[in-house]
Design a binder for this molecule. Structure first.
Ligand SMILES: [Zn+2]
Length: 208
């Protein structure tokens, strides 16, 4: 987030130092800088249909006006206030987009309400073991296991090593993901778009 707002690791560390937080390492701060959490809220208005029926208002155009927030006047001259007959329902979509991160559990709190995690899965676990911890990248297995533990319904894996840039390689990554994650899975492709719908389901976006 700080990165999205034009921050740097040092400015983040300075602002953390001025707060009452436990000290964190620069490495951790750098990691946080690469994690992004996006949320989007929409408010839907629902009518209290029982109350309207009790009040003797037949379903029809008047209901639509009330739902849209307009007060209405009945034939007998009484006015019904929209505020008395509609209730709000907040829908929240949360997407967490991580950068290079060899410890997906660091995103545990960020993912608390998330419907989708987009995370690098640079290697299979076997190759990650060979490469070692230097590049601070994750394996498919680590991310898939984290998504399962966290109950994330949608997972988009990305940022694959060039060694998998062929049909067999992609199949290998997908097989490892499937072994550890049973949710809605995507292996991201360059320039593809994905949308999270109001029901919390991710689909590959098809341009109209
Ligand atoms: Zn990377």
């Amino acid at each position: 987030m700080a990165q999205a707002q034009g921050g740097s690791a040092n400015s983040l560390l300075r602002s953390i130092a001025s707060l009452d937080f436990p000290a964190i390492s620069e490495e951790t701060a750098m990691r946080y800088l690469h994690e992004m959490h996006f949320s989007y809220e929409t408010v839907k208005w629902k009518l209290d249909s029982a109350a309207l029926r009790a009040r003797g208002v037949p379903s029809g155009p008047l209901w639509g006006k009330l739902q849209a927030g307009h007060d209405v006047t009945l034939d007998d001259g009484t006015t019904l206030a929209a505020a008395d007959f509609r209730v709000s329902e907040v829908q929240r979509a949360v997407a967490v987009i991580g950068g290079d991160n060899d410890t997906p559990s660091l995103l545990s709190d960020a993912c608390a309400e998330a419907q989708v995690l987009v995370h690098e899965a640079t290697y299979t676990e076997a190759i990650l073991q060979k490469v070692g911890p230097g590049p601070t990248h994750s394996s498919v297995q680590r991310v898939a296991q984290f998504a399962t533990e966290r109950g994330l319904p949608n997972l988009i894996l990305t940022h694959f090593s060039a060694r998998y840039d062929n049909p067999e390689g992609m199949a290998e990554l997908e097989a490892e993901a499937r072994q550890h994650y049973a949710g809605n899975l995507f292996l991201a492709q360059d320039f593809a778009s994905y949308e999270l719908d109001a029901a919390g389901v991710v689909r590959k976006f098809q341009a109209a």
